[in-house]
Design a protein around this ligand. Structure first.
Ligand SMILES: Cc1ncc(COP(=O)(O)O)c(C=O)c1O
Length: 399
């Protein structure tokens, strides 16, 4: 009975909150013999069938609002927060955690192991000739090499600014884009709904006098300077996006965290003035807390660097060295053919298969209920992998 109540609470949350990690949803829908951490890597023989959730639907309130309303609680309902026995039937829907590529990284063994002697990397500085003086050259080289191989972003003529996750870069870029004169009113920061639920919180958290959250970009029509966040593929609905505000006085920030070939067909290199990326979505190394910004304008790169200097006096060198190793491995793995000595350990092929499998499972499970529906996306052929496929986002949007 207790388990049944938990199940109901979880499904209430699914209907009301909507923006979820695919893995977490699967964990609800495939709620059979699931052990912690193995839900996506279980051997064929251990696969569990989706439970028939349509049987439960009379107990679940259907969401009344339209799909664009943003009701993504950051603090989940108490029923989900309360400590529970971890028998695999309780999930925490407060956040996603991209551990789905762990199996791949385990297989790489020593090839991606980093050892840092106690005397190394102890200075604050990495390269004082660089605008971003705390950027490790090894990491910068690995970023450029990977983008060039994948063809998902232009790096030429760009300054790289490293941040403690793209979350810090987000704060840095807002600071950098606002005029210094404190007399003017705060600049509005907008994004087309549905948007990443952290944007409003991160924007207003410090109660900056420079900028403030301005809500849904579709509703913004003031004739004043603004910042529009364009997230593509979008969190939470996975759609490919372009700017929606038709204003003259806007600056665009492209959050391209999910613009990688396991999630969406790459068509051509993104070529925007401000682009944000992160290892947490590209390789799954969320705990390394590293993101990078590709910035055309030198002054903006300088101001972002200043923000990070005052915020954290740079970014962990240990993390950068580790990430450099990880990204370099990914670049090298792209060239490995299945018959090669490396055994065809192409990271993006592995990650693509993981996402494809999850979406197949998720669609099969959701097809068995009338409670939710999943978005469908137009297929495209990926210029990087050659696969023709429908985007398979790292997050999902359920109506
Ligand atoms: C669209 C988007 N941007 C940025 C982030 C934050 O990434 P990071 O882990 O690099 O701070 C996330 C995390 O979920 C995200 O979904």
């Amino acid at each position: 009975m207790k388990g049944h109540q938990n199940m109901l609470s979880i499904k209430h949350f699914l209907v009301v909150s909507m923006a979820l990690n695919v893995g977490l949803i699967s964990r609800v829908l495939f709620i059979g013999d699931i052990k912690r951490g193995d839900v996506f890597f279980c051997p064929e023989s251990e696969k569990t069938l989706p439970v028939d959730i349509s049987r439960e639907e009379n107990h679940v309130e259907k969401k009344k609002n339209d799909a664009t309303s943003i009701e993504i609680p950051i603090s989940p309902p108490q029923a989900i927060m309360a400590p529970q026995k971890d028998d695999g039937s309780v999930i925490n829907l407060d956040h996603g955690d991209p551990t789905m590529y762990e199996k791949y990284w385990k297989q790489t063994g020593d090839k991606t192991t980093v050892v840092i002697p106690g005397w190394q990397l102890i200075s604050y500085f990495s390269d004082i000739r660089n605008i971003c003086w705390f950027l490790e050259n090894e990491f910068a080289d690995a970023i450029v090499k990977l983008h060039n191989k994948v063809g998902n972003a232009v790096t030429e003529g760009r300054h790289i600014v490293v941040g403690t996750g793209s979350t810090q870069l987000y704060q840095a870029v807002l600071y950098a884009l606002c005029p210094d004169n404190s007399g003017s009113e705060p600049m509005s920061v907008v994004s087309a709904a549905p948007f990443y639920s952290s944007y409003p919180l991160m924007t207003d958290f410090l109660k900056s006098g420079l900028y403030k959250w301005g809500g849904d970009a579709h509703e913004f029509n003031a004739d004043k300077p603004y910042i529009e966040l364009v997230t593509s593929p979008n969190n939470p609905d996975g759609s490919s996006r372009e700017a929606v505000v038709n204003g003259r006085r806007g600056i665009l920030v492209h959050d391209l965290a999910y613009l990688w070939p396991q999630y969406t067909p790459i068509s051509s290199p993104a070529d925007h003035d401000i682009m944000l990326f992160t290892v947490s979505k590209s390789t799954g190394h969320a705990g390394t807390r590293l993101g990078w910004a590709l910035i055309k304008d030198e002054e903006i790169a300088r101001k972002m660097t200043k923000f990070i200097e005052l915020n954290t006096i740079g970014v962990s060198k240990d993390s950068q060295i580790r990430a450099a190793k990880i990204l370099s491995h990914v670049s090298e793995s792209i060239d490995n053919k299945p018959e090669s000595d490396q055994g065809g350990d192409n990271f993006f092929e592995f990650a693509y298969d993981v996402m494809a499998k999850r979406w197949t499972q998720l669609r099969a499970a959701v097809n068995r209920t009338t409670l939710f529906s999943l978005p469908s996306f137009p297929s495209g052929t990926c210029s990087f992998s050659g696969h023709t496929f429908q985007p398979q986002p790292g997050i999902t949007w359920k109506e």
